[in-house]
Structure formats: C-alpha cells, structure tokens
Design a protein around this ligand. Structure first.
Ligand code: SF4
Length: 63
C-alpha cells in the first residue's frame, strides 16, 4: 500500500501521527505531516483510521 499526504492541504493537526505514529510524522517547524514509512501500514493497521480522521482529507491510500 502506498500512502500520500497532500502537504498543500495538511494543517499539521497531528491526528495522523497520534493514530499511526509508525507511518506519519508531523514536522513541527513547517507544520506539515509526511509519511515516514508507508510499508508500516501493512502491519500497523492504522492507516485507514488516519485517513478517516484527517480533518482536511489530506491522506490518500493507494492499493
Ligand atoms: S491528520 Fe491530516 S491535517 Fe492533520 S497532520 Fe495528518 S495529514 Fe495533516
């Protein structure tokens, strides 16, 4: 699975990192989330929850 964060949309709220810290990390200096390990979605089983809980729908999951 591939995971993409649209940094134009991201508001840096931190929800994705809180839900799925193995996959997402918010850079507090720029206030944006990025994907640190997309492959972790396979076993961490939290990427769908992160996608659903992103308030600006900045997360896209691709099979
Ligand atoms: S949940 Fe969405 S808006 Fe919040 S930090 Fe993650 S990608 Fe950005």
């Amino acid at each position: 699975m591939n995971v993409i964060v649209d940094q134009e949309l991201c508001i840096g709220c931190g929800a994705c990192e809180e839900i799925c810290p193995a996959v997402f990390h918010v850079d507090e200096e720029i206030g944006k989330s990025s994907v640190i390990d997309a492959e972790a979605c396979e076993f961490a089983d939290c990427c769908e929850a992160a996608e659903e809980n992103c308030p600006v729908e900045a997360i896209t999951l691709e099979e």
